[in-house]
Design a binder for this molecule. Structure first.
Ligand code: SAM
Length: 261
């Protein structure tokens, strides 16, 4: 059941993150794990991440026409799922600031014969005109953007009024017993397992649990999304709440804009 979310005050942890999310660090970390990113994802999640992306495409379907953007697209799994489900003539763009991740996306979309446009770009300074996308998606990426508000402001700028934003992100279970067991696994097992699977020396999977624990979720995230210029939020907790799909609509009247334009 999706939860309709009311506005609330956002927490301090996002304004002054303790985890180092500088572009240099994040880009370097993903460049290092790029060759084994998909393998590590599938293994650590037991394949559930594939189901979460499928749910995202079903719940926030591609636009019937126009264009959509998958930000922080990484190796392109979500953009590719959208391209497979989009009608002819819908432009699907995947953007990321880590070229080694995008290199894998390029190979995967070519293999499937999908015309996804891959663009190397920073989510905090997007090279697209205002209101150019009917749908903007970001999966497991918003948490990694150094300045969450700046990233959301850019997403709002490029979403056309009335268009949609879909954020798929890790969250923490609300049930205290499930949450305690999950946090134990998340802090003690996942970093070792992940760093091993991804043959990673930069502790990317320690960063994963630290960044998830620090990142706002629920009403705090809803408030930040609303401040950026979105409304009508719905949040869908997935798999005991270890991930959440948030869907919102860009404020403004699409009909008025198209009449002006
Ligand atoms: C955990 S991966 C998620 C990849 C993909 N969306 C998925 O579902 O598997 C996070 C991605 O966000 C990208 N990223 C982080 N900060 C970014 C920024 N400021 N601009 C563009 N991409 C960014 C990283 O390079 C990485 O590819």
């Amino acid at each position: 059941m999706p939860q309709q979310i009311d506005g609330s005050v956002c927490g301090e942890s996002m304004a002054h993150p303790k985890v180092d999310k500088s572009g240099e660090r994040v880009r370097g970390m993903f460049a290092e794990i790029a060759p084994r990113y998909d393998f590590a994802n599938r293994t650590l999640s037991g394949g559930i991440d594939v189901l979460w992306r499928r749910f995202t495409v079903r719940t926030a379907p591609p636009p019937a026409s126009g264009a959509m953007l998958d930000l922080c697209t990484g190796t392109g799994d979500l953009a590719i799922s959208y391209a497979l489900n989009a009608g002819p003539g819908v432009r699907v763009v995947g953007a990321d600031f880590c070229q080694p991740m995008l290199d894998h996306a390029v190979v995967k979309s070519r293999r499937k014969g999908l015309p996804v446009e891959w663009v190397e770009a920073d989510a905090m300074a997007l090279p697209f005109p205002a209101a150019s996308f009917d749908l903007v998606t970001v999966a497991f990426g918003l948490r990694n953007i150094a300045d969450t508000r700046q990233g959301l402001a850019e997403m709002a700028r490029v979403t056309r009024p009335g268009g949609r934003l879909a954020i798929l992100e890790f969250s923490l279970p609300s049930n205290p017993v499930v949450r305690a067991s999950y946090l134990w696994y998340f802090r003690n097992v996942l970093p070792r397992l992940g760093n091993g699977l991804a043959a990673n020396g930069s502790d990317a999977y320690r960063y994963l649990n630290e960044s998830v624990e620090e990142f706002p979720s629920g009403e705090r995230l809803a408030s930040i999304v609303r401040e950026a210029g979105y409304e009508s939020l719905a949040m869908h907790p997935l798999t005991f709440g270890i991930a959440t799909l948030t869907i919102a609509h860009r404020c403004g009247d699409a009909a008025a804009v198209s009449q002006e334009g």
